[in-house]
Design a binder for this molecule. Structure first.
Ligand SMILES: [Zn+2]
Length: 447
């Protein structure tokens, strides 16, 4: 007898959506069939949809060291409530940042204690640590993150050209991807200084200080260098359709590139930022409607590989006061699937298979989580159960992250997560987290 049978749901697989029972044993999917015999436990899923658990490859849970902003305990609960089962934590904004093996060990131990979901860990590339990339690879990092502009934190400096080049070559040798924050440093610093000298300190001024061209140039240059180095490049949080197009052109020339965007670029526009203020501030910034439409075209056309949250919260005090000085980062870890179902599936005919690909199967393939990311026999039973027809309004009290600050508060979505299973165990159901911890470190395989 199977440990668990999820009965009667519509299963989203790479081959299509079909009504089936799913049997789980020992944390793995053992069968997906139209009619299975009884399990020791059963979950009724008639009318509901089963997705592979979301793999959020881009979060900042800030543990250890900045848990007053977030932490793995609260961040992973938010992720699970949004249908996520695995996150990849960025090398900042924890203290210490993850730039050597010792600091990796510190973070891994802290996450293992606190997290309700499984997790993987990004290493960083900063000036002076290229020699430590090999020890990070031995620990099992998912790849290496580098900033081409100021990171917002002095303890994680941007890469100079030599560090970037040597980091790309070392990552190529290690067979791991390099994730880049792509904005041209000189352009945005100079524009920022000019705005300051002219006393332009408004929200619109901030948005204009980080123009799309800064993103396009940085992607172009990074793609060239990655191609020359033979490195895998992962361009994170592309904010514009044109940015995706530049990266896709490089891919067509043979550069090994994966393309990530975030729900906030698909959901909010500049007008929202002006209205909402610092809670919607991030870098690169949210763009205008025309750029957003182009970005949706790229998502619908298949050029985007990954949608990740770039969940980057702070304490509320850092989101108050002078907009230019406030923390840049959007807290949206709980809303990724809701945005894709509402804005994508319901409003733009984005297919459910594509949503599963963007949130699970492509990230799993790209980053080497071989037994995850799709609902298939033999695979890990990371499963999100969603009701596509139910509409809900996100209230502050619904958020399980540390601080109930998110630009999505008060917005309505059609399509809601009802249950999340991590390796066959329910970790979220009916609005509540049902476990205390139990998240495991996941080492990428299959490079
Ligand atoms: Zn980020």
């Amino acid at each position: 007898m199977h440990d668990l049978v999820i009965r009667g749901g519509n299963v989203v697989t790479p081959e299509g959506v079909r009504r089936a029972d799913v049997a789980i044993e020992g944390g793995l999917i053992r069968a997906i069939e139209p009619e299975l015999s009884g399990g020791a436990n059963e979950i009724a899923a008639d009318g509901l949809f089963l997705f592979p658990g979301l793999i959020d490859v881009h979060v900042h849970f800030n543990e250890p060291g900045h848990t007053e902003w977030e932490g793995a305990a609260t961040g992973s609960r938010g992720l699970a409530a949004g249908g996520g089962t695995l996150f990849c934590d960025m090398p900042l904004n924890s203290i210490p940042c993850t730039t050597n093996a010792r600091d990796f060990d510190t973070k891994c131990a802290a996450l293992e204690v606190a997290s309700v979901t499984d997790f993987a860990i990004w290493g960083g590339i900063v000036p002076g640590n290229v020699g430590q990339m090999v020890e990070l690879a031995e620990r099992g990092v998912v790849g290496f993150k580098a900033f081409l502009c100021h990171s917002g934190l002095d303890e994680f400096p941007r890469v100079d050209d030599l560090t970037f080049w040597e980091g790309l070559c070392e990552a190529a040798r290690l067979g791991l991807p390099v994730a880049i924050h792509a904005e041209n440093h000189e352009l945005i610093e100079s524009l920022g200084r000019r705005m300051a000298s002219q006393g332009r300190r408004g929200i619109r001024d901030f948005l204009e200080s980080r123009p799309v061209i800064a993103e396009l140039e940085a992607i172009q240059r990074a793609a060239f260098l990655a191609g020359e180095a033979g490195a895998k490049l992962h361009v994170i949080h592309i904010s514009s359709g044109r940015g995706v197009a530049v990266a896709a052109e490089a891919r067509a020339r043979g550069v090994d590139i994966s393309i990530e965007t975030c729900p906030h670029y698909l959901f909010f526009t500049e007008e929202d930022v002006e209205r909402l203020g610092a809670v919607a501030k991030c870098a690169p910034p949210v763009r205008n409607k025309k750029e957003q439409d182009r970005l949706w075209d790229e998502v619908l056309g298949g050029s985007v590989d990954v949608v990740a949250s770039d969940h980057s919260p702070s304490s509320p005090d850092r989101k108050a006061g002078d907009f230019w000085k406030t923390w840049g980062g959007i807290a949206g870890v709980q809303s990724t699937l809701a945005v894709l179902l509402d804005q994508g599936y319901h409003q733009r005919s984005l297919t459910l298979e594509r949503i599963a690909s963007l949130t699970a199967s492509r990230p799993a393939r790209r980053f080497g989580f071989n037994d995850r990311g799709r609902l298939a026999v033999g695979g890990c039973a990371d499963i999100t159960v969603a009701d596509l027809g139910s509409t809900f309004t996100l209230n502050a009290s619904d958020l399980l992250q540390r601080h109930a600050m998110s630009p999505y508060i008060g917005r309505s979505f059609r399509g809601a997560v009802k249950r999340t299973l991590r390796r066959g165990e329910t970790i979220f159901a009916d609005g509540k987290i049902t476990v205390q911890n139990g998240g495991r470190f996941v080492r990428p395989t299959g490079k």
